[in-house]
Design a protein around this ligand. Structure first.
Ligand SMILES: CC(C)(COP(=O)(O)OP(=O)(O)OC[C@H]1O[C@@H](n2cnc3c(N)ncnc32)[C@H](O)[C@@H]1OP(=O)(O)O)[C@@H](O)C(=O)NCCC(=O)NCCS
Length: 249
């Protein structure tokens, strides 16, 4: 493949391709914070949106990478936002309203076209995201990583999961492994990286599950159980993340 990785700033004509594929579990579309980034990214952060295409098939998206600058005044090796992905977007939005330039860049998502997964493209996209942040003068890229095999182990705490290693010392989780190979260091975990709350009727519509008993509910694609409260007619999902720090200089 003759891969071209560019930005929405350099190639605004390619932005419509970003909708080519989208395969998150549907309940994840209900995060109330996400639209602050995704509804306006062409205007707000085009230089931080990566678009990968095959020059020989420029009509379809091969991979995409979303990132955003945000203000964080502490040492990323010592602490990163407890509110993970949501907090990054909220802070980036407040920076924008105040006319501030963020101090760190955070990755928000890298996704590869489903039929091209397993071919090494994610590491190319991550390398491009690191390079893009460095080219813009940033010294760190951080990532509130959503480990891509954690959903198979919803009962394991995020701390224990982040510490799982193979015999070669690399993380057991494939996506964490890509970050580690690229030079990223696990800097911590957060237990409320994305919070999604809804009535039980909403959760039934989002998942097709009954949500008829109080207690933890395992939802396909969720990294941890969703907390269901029948008496009070709501359920809440707190998605954890693993913070990874990529030092760029
Ligand atoms: C996570 C994702 C970006 C990885 O991209 P990819 O191009 O398929 O990954 P690679 O080909 O670079 O493979 C990376 C590692 O994952 C492994 N892998 C790939 N697909 C896998 C699968 N379905 N199950 C288990 N391991 C898998 C590869 O073997 C490789 O492991 P290695 O370290 O032993 O070599 C991709 O699966 C994806 O787009 N998923 C949906 C979006 C997502 O979850 N993004 C991450 C959170 S933002």
């Amino acid at each position: 493949m003759d891969l071209l990785v560019t930005t929405a700033e350099q190639r605004p004509d390619l932005v419509p391709l970003l909708g080519d594929f989208h395969d998150w579990p549907s309940f994840m579309n209900e995060d109330p914070v996400a639209p602050l980034y995704f509804d306006d990214l062409e205007e707000a952060f085009p230089g931080y949106v990566l678009i990968g295409i095959d020059r020989n098939r420029p009509d379809r998206l091969v991979a995409k990478g979303y990132s955003v600058p945000f203000t964080w005044d502490r040492d990323p090796d010592e602490s990163l936002p407890a509110g993970g992905w949501d907090e990054v977007i909220l802070t980036a939005t407040r920076d924008r309203l105040a006319g501030r330039r963020g101090t760190l860049v955070s990755a928000l998502e890298i996704s590869v076209r489903p039929d091209l997964r397993g071919t090494g493209l994610s590491s190319v996209m991550l390398a491009e995201m690191r390079r893009n942040a460095a080219d813009r003068g940033h010294t760190s890229l951080v990532a509130p990583v959503r480990p891509n095999a954690k959903h198979r182990h919803p009962g394991v705490s995020i701390v224990d999961y982040a510490n799982l290693r193979r015999d070669d010392g690399l993380p057991v989780d494939p996506w964490l492994r890509v970050h580690a190979r690229a030079g990223g260091r696990i800097a911590g975990t957060a237990v409320r990286a994305m919070t999604i709350a809804g009535t039980l009727a909403e959760w039934r519509a989002w998942t097709g599950l009954p949500f008829d008993a109080t207690g933890p509910v395992e939802v396909p694609g969720a990294l941890v159980p969703v907390h269901c409260d029948v008496e009070h007619d709501h359920a809440v999902y707190c998605e954890p993340c693993v913070w990874v720090h990529h030092r760029l200089m």
